[in-house]
Design a binder for this molecule. Structure first.
Ligand SMILES: Nc1nc2c(ncn2[C@@H]2O[C@H](COP(=O)(O)OP(=O)(O)OP(=O)(O)O)[C@@H](O)[C@H]2O)c(=O)[nH]1
Ligand SMILES: [Mg+2]
Length: 480
């Protein structure tokens, strides 16, 4: 059989020409795209002093990319850091320093190798800010990239002396496309050299200039005006309200560990009642790993904070501390679009135990986890969220049994004593609610501030988005 070519010489010449033209167009496009990228990319390192180290963070770890000392690039190629290999991680200090000499001129080994802490000193004082109490600030993170700018603004906003605060993040189980680890690392570096505010403001500006007001931003038009003004105030020129805004923290540590959390971070995924117990126990494990890895003997208090808090007073640590409780939480609400009633109690995990709930627990399996806010578990408990009066005294304290994890200030000594976030069913509860109960069982004081409120971000549900789109269409039809 004779095979004939499908293309005649004339035709193939045409094809070659087309391919050539296509290639030229592609190269031109690439050049334009690169120029555009170069223009858009903010140079976040431009303000950094002329001594710095720049790291590349990937899912596989951290790699030193560039080191500059007094404006001079330093050779960073070494045996331990070959191409693509990741070496730089939290250092476990090697004890190979020169020992100081004792009175007889002999090396005094113990001065370097033995540390002494009198733990009676780190008990947590109600005026810890004035007494110089060290705080451990802990934040668990998962797929949190989109809320990190907000969270870091809130961190800088803390008016407790930054040099007394060690920060530790735990990043777990993020989706492959999520960049929480990379972002938290780069923000932490900028935070510690005082350039983060500029970077976040530049990003915000860029977003505004690009006029990215996709449908995901549309809901903001439907939020209560006074709430939105308050948000603006919190993020616009915060350095004017708080002079220590850009001051570096004592330290920032980032931990990474996956626990096999498979439940999505989408709103409806997270809130289905059946998954709550499993999810809460995994969160308990994550919190315990974070505490155990970050707690140092000199910490007097631990402050737990969720990433998705939109507004909170900068003095929140002092405000929770001054009541002299071992565990203290604020009220947590969230704003709502005006067509849904402006605001809503958010954290139902902070409550006072009730007789019906104790009776209910007796009927459940030992391993069942009661979750609040679901018809399946009528507990009739008093929730901190619902006893809030908007004009109530922010200093009023109510004793609590279960607590939510959004913003907990606790004395470090209670963790040293063994209180933790149960990753198993403890008195028919898990994680933070079981933590509150366990603290009570161990005779520690647990309190909540009903009229002191911090605000959780509002995430529009599918239904809310549909409703907003509907209202927008109506507006447009009316020609607004
Ligand atoms: N390390 C770690 N952090 C997590 C995990 N799941 C959630 N987080 C973080 O823990 C905090 C609380 O998580 P949220 O998703 O807000 O969960 P929640 O507070 O129980 O639920 P909401 O009431 O919907 O806010 C946030 O800072 C999250 O980023 C996890 O599996 N591992
Ligand atoms: Mg949350």
């Amino acid at each position: 059989m004779v095979h004939t070519h499908k293309l005649s010489p004339r035709k193939s010449l045409k094809v070659v020409k087309r391919i050539g033209l296509g290639l030229i167009a592609l190269v031109a496009l690439l050049v334009i795209f690169k120029a555009f990228l170069n223009k858009e990319e903010p140079d976040v390192f431009k303000d950094i002093k002329d001594t710095y180290e720049k790291y590349l963070v990937t899912k596989d770890g951290v790699k030193l990319e560039e080191a500059v000392v007094d404006g001079q690039a330093v050779d960073i190629s070494s045996d331990t850091q070959k191409d693509g290999e990741v070496e730089k991680e939290g250092e476990v200090e090697e004890l190979t320093k020169e020992y100081p000499l004792d009175e007889e001129g002999e090396p005094d080994i113990y001065k370097l190798n033995v540390e002494f802490y009198d733990l009676n000193k780190y008990t947590g004082l109600s005026e810890g800010d004035k007494e110089g109490d060290y705080i451990l600030f802990l934040m668990p993170l998962r797929n949190a990239e989109h809320v990190l700018p907000m969270a870091f603004f809130n961190i800088m906003n803390l008016t407790y002396d930054h040099s007394l605060i060690d920060i530790a993040f735990l990043v777990s189980d993020c989706s492959p496309e999520d960049t929480t680890l990379e972002t938290v690392f780069s923000y932490s570096m900028l935070l510690q050299n005082g350039t983060l505010a500029a970077k976040l403001q530049a990003d915000e500006e860029e977003k505004r200039n690009a006029n990215v007001q996709g449908s995901s931003e549309l809901y903001k038009l439907y939020m209560p005006q006074d709430y939105m003004e308050n948000v603006e105030k919190s993020y616009l020129h915060p350095e004017k309200q708080h002079p220590g805004f850009q001051k570096p923290f004592r330290s920032v540590t980032i931990f990474r560990k996956d626990f096999g959390q498979v439940i999505g971070q989408g709103f409806s995924d997270r809130h289905a009642v059946k998954v709550q117990g499993i999810r809460r126990k995994l969160m308990g494990r994550a919190r315990n790993w974070l505490t155990a890895s970050a707690l140092k003997p000199y910490h007097s208090w631990i402050y737990w904070r969720d990433v998705d808090i939109e507004t909170a007073p900068g003095s929140v640590i002092q405000d929770l501390m001054k009541h002299n409780f071992d565990v203290m939480v604020p009220n947590v609400w969230r704003p709502l679009p005006t067509f849904l009633g402006n605001e809503q109690a958010y954290d139902l995990n902070t409550w006072i135990e009730s007789d019906p709930a104790i009776e209910l627990a007796k009927k459940l399996d030992e391993d069942d986890v009661i979750v609040e806010g679901y018809a399946e578990y009528p507990t009739w408990r008093v929730h901190l969220a619902y006893i809030r009066k908007p004009k109530g005294d922010p200093n009023e304290v109510v004793e609590m049994d279960g607590v939510g994890g959004v913003s907990i200030l606790a004395r470090a000594k209670i963790f040293r004593q063994g209180v933790h976030f149960p990753a198993f069913t403890f008195l028919n509860h898990a994680e933070t609610e079981a933590f509150g109960k366990m603290a009570k069982v161990m005779k520690f004081s647990v309190g909540g501030l009903p009229h002191y409120t911090i605000w959780h971000i509002y995430e529009p549900s599918e239904d809310d988005l549909k409703k907003i789109a509907q209202m927008e269409r109506k507006k447009r039809r009316k020609g607004h």
